[in-house]
Design a protein around this ligand. Sequence first.
Ligand SMILES: NC(=O)c1ccc[n+]([C@@H]2O[C@H](COP(=O)([O-])OP(=O)(O)OC[C@H]3O[C@@H](n4cnc5c(N)ncnc54)[C@H](OP(=O)(O)O)[C@@H]3O)[C@@H](O)[C@H]2O)c1
Length: 256
Amino acid sequence: MTEYALITGASAGLGAEFAHQLAAKGLNLVLVARREDALSKLAEHLKEKYQIEIHTLACDLSKPEAPVHIFDHCQTLNLKISWLINNAGGAGHDLIADRNWADHAAFFQLMMTSIAHLCHLFIPDMVAAKKGHVINIASVAGRIARAGGCNYGPTKTYVVALSEELALTYASSGVKVCALCPGYTHTDFHETAGLMEMKQKTPSWLWYSAETVVREGIDAVQRGKSVYVSGKLYRLVDPILQSVWTRRFFKIPARI
Ligand SMILES: NC(=O)c1ccc[n+]([C@@H]2O[C@H](COP(=O)([O-])OP(=O)(O)OC[C@H]3O[C@@H](n4cnc5c(N)ncnc54)[C@H](OP(=O)(O)O)[C@@H]3O)[C@@H](O)[C@H]2O)c1
């Protein structure tokens, strides 16, 4: 049976870059996101360039039924998923200022529950096959609490914790799990979130390309890293953020 990489959020940014780099390795692809047209366009391009098989599936991962729908789709087509890239995500809402709880529930579903659910559905077959790679996209924002982040960072902290536990649990089974933690990365993320003004004000040396982040992430999971911070600068800063000696200096309360 030919092997597939399943990539969520493949219609743009890091997900599309994962599709390019995993296709270049000869893997077949299952591409998932809400925008079917963008997925189809990418699929056509990669099929022609790499002569691989690609399936696209338009799916909203903020809906609780989405992970089972994706899994059933792969089962029906008999697609063996040996790489799972849980990448779909967005900036979310202000937990306190946005008074519509349904927005927050959908955000938790997209950012945490769908990732746990897809791991729950796809990892057993990887364990049975004694091989598999799972990359869960977290963020540097999940590595330390910060004022004003409200909800995005905590969801990424969960993704790191989940990935580390899964990595430890399945280390001896041949299944490798990695939380990839990018810092600022050039994708559509900030434009979609209405954060272009912030992006323009942030120094350019803090920004990495999607190509670098994805290349480092693929390399990290293959080397068995359970958490990997992408970008030299962020890798340098991360141990300082995690240190019990220095951590408190980086927690600056907001003035309300
Ligand atoms: N860019 C950064 O600076 C940065 C830094 C750290 C971490 N990250 C993380 O990296 C991941 C990818 O983001 P990106 O930077 O590549 O942003 P992006 O260019 O905006 O891409 C986001 C992707 O997620 C998909 N998506 C969003 N909501 C979805 C939903 N409800 N259901 C299914 N798919 C959905 C989008 O596709 P559709 O709109 O077609 O559904 C798109 O393909 C996210 O988890 C983000 O939190 C980004």
